[in-house]
Design a protein. Structure first.
Length: 98
């Protein structure tokens, strides 16, 4: 599993569009040791648009990147931890910043 980036900020003006999809489609995007997650036995792909404000990486302000628009396409994944519990997350298919 890759390490998480410590990114903090505020999401504003969020739009979220969800699509049910065939679980075969994103298999090439699955990170190692993960599987697709479901909601009510369905797989979802989401298109998310937002304004990200007061962005900090590991508590540090990145010049010229404090406030920006973001659009991403994602699907939902999970992996089993060493103690047998499920940990949920997302896998990004495409992400753009404005």
């Amino acid at each position: 599993m890759s390490k998480l980036l410590s990114l903090k900020g505020e999401w504003k003006n969020i739009i979220l569009i969800n699509y049910k999809f065939d679980p075969v489609v994103p298999a090439k995007y699955l990170p190692p040791d993960t599987e697709l997650d479901t909601f009510n036995d369905e797989h979802y792909l989401s298109l998310v648009g937002s304004l990200y404000k007061d962005t900090r990486v590991k508590g540090v302000i990145v010049p010229f990147q404090r406030t920006f628009e973001e659009i991403n396409m994602r699907f939902y994944i999970r992996h089993k931890t060493d103690n047998g519990k499920w940990k949920r997350g997302i896998a990004l298919v495409k992400e753009t910043f404005g």
